[in-house]
Design a binder for this molecule. Sequence first.
Ligand SMILES: Cc1cc2nc3c(=O)[nH]c(=O)nc-3n(C[C@H](O)[C@H](O)[C@H](O)COP(=O)(O)O)c2cc1C
Ligand code: SF4
Length: 606
Amino acid sequence: MTATEIRVATVERVVQRRGGRRDALVQILREVQEHTGWLPRDVLAQVAAGVGLTPAVVEGVASFYRFFHLREVGRHHLLFSDNVTDRMAGSRHLARTLCRRLGIAPGQRTADGLASVDFTSCIGLGDQGPAVLVNQQRALTRLDEPRVVQLADLLRSGAPMHDWPAEWFAIDDQIRRADVLLSAPPMSGEALHATLARGADATLDEIAGSKLRGRGGAGFATGQKWRLARAAPVPEGGTRVVVCNADEGEPGTFKDRVLLTRHAEAVFEGMTVAARVLGARQGFVYLRGEYRYLLDGLREVLARRRAAGLLGHGIAGVEGFDFDIDIHLGAGAYVCGEESSLIESLEGKRGTPRIRPPFPVERGYLGQPTVVNNVETFAAAAHIAARGGTWWAGIGTALSTGTKLHSISGDCARPGVYEYPFGVTVEEILHDCGAGSAGRPVQAVQVGGPSGVCLAAHEMGRRIGFEDVPTAGALMVFDSSRDMFEVARCFAHFFAHESCGFCTPCRVGTELVRRRMDKLAEGHGSMFDAATLEGLESLLHGTTHCGLGASATNVLRDTLVRFRPAYERRLLAADFQPGFDLDAELEAARRVTGRDDPGAHLERHG
Ligand SMILES: Cc1cc2nc3c(=O)[nH]c(=O)nc-3n(C[C@H](O)[C@H](O)[C@H](O)COP(=O)(O)O)c2cc1C
Ligand code: SF4
């Protein structure tokens, strides 16, 4: 068989295995690319024919996701995680070293096609960076100069990944502080049996009584969400749907990675409890593509649960209690963590956030009532189902019950995952993780990732919780050596890159912010630019279609207020300064007209 024939047969097999379903398009493209390395036009056309869509639609979907390659990449495609904490750990320098040794620039492929190198947003390994994703399959952690030198040699020699040193791929859980969720033994049916004994209504009352609020960022009451979905009518022949949001794309967040590694049983059990309460038959885990290396382990846990009668038909021997979970891999789009984009992606489309109402609890996956909850929310729900809502409500504070997991990274001696009851002060967390131990005091803490809040040193007494400092679970520490303008600029790049482009204020606004910040960094800043940034900040807050745009300038807002000198240092002129040398740009016109008199020069003329 020729290479082309093998490729055609592979695509056919993948499409057939997925039943030629349009809603499986993202998964089909992922699986095809795992075989073909990239997605050339003829492959997209074959997929399109297989699922009954036009090639233009399929290409439109493929081009939405950063992990789909529409141009050929190297046999080993390396993506450097590019969060600010990775940069602080030296990732940019290491990427340059690797590229130099391979004789390419970032974004390029070696002439022999053996390797290509690029950057991507945070890959969820901020506690053990600098980290690199290889072929979207495995991750290299704790990269340093000697490893990069050796890596370049291995890449040039064409050595397959399984011949690389095994310790390079070590991913540690780094659980530094465990409370009720992280210290619990593996769950194997306790929550489910308690739910069945208590009944669906009473279990929902326990969840509501626990006052559990979603851990994905918005903090919506979980009991209320489940109640709404339960009350929503199901279309003929359909079901309610339970979705676990494991997209974990917020830079600096990695606690869901650890929960899925260590406590997947509890997460799946929480989903099954939700299924019982809602009467749902179908469940999904939307796992970020960056966590592809967790997939096999998670499938094994699912298989074990099926074998133990905790998933599938007649769960726990109860006739009619049918529920199963499928894992759907994302493909490198931060916006797909937003629940309606996630559902679009589950349906095989571009991850564009939906117009709401209707909300997912009314009409979500394929028009069916759908509950989307964060990984940690489901783990908490399982423990609440097992131990009761009063137990959970007794932990934390009045409005923020229970515990919260934090992914801690940046300038601290002990990065990793920490579980605290809500109400803990930022100061206590900083003490435990060894912040400032290098002799440099803490200057700032970014809580909740780039879309969260930036606190200055005098605010460390503030408390984590919905009453004061809410968080989805990232906490990045910056000591006095860091330039907070550069931190904000890095996040501005992130949002401009991740904007899905659907609505103008976000598509244009995030790009304008990025360009202004770059202009300041390049030494062309003026008071005019500072005023423009402030204007953009308030514009984005009120006008965007989804939460990405609405929170894209939070860090700008916070740093402009708290770290004003970092900006003022860069405002070199009172009046507007162009971001480029205007007089030099006129050179071509001078040459053409043969003029070089003072009138043909901008500054001399003025
Ligand atoms: C841009 C954007 C990205 C998001 N990413 C995530 C994510 O990675 N994980 C998550 O659980 N929620 C994320 N959310 C929040 C979800 O939309 C949703 O509120 C959440 O999954 C609901 O679960 P919860 O109620 O358990 O928090 C994101 C929201 C936005 C606007
Ligand atoms: S706010 Fe940004 S990410 Fe959200 S829909 Fe608009 S363009 Fe897309």
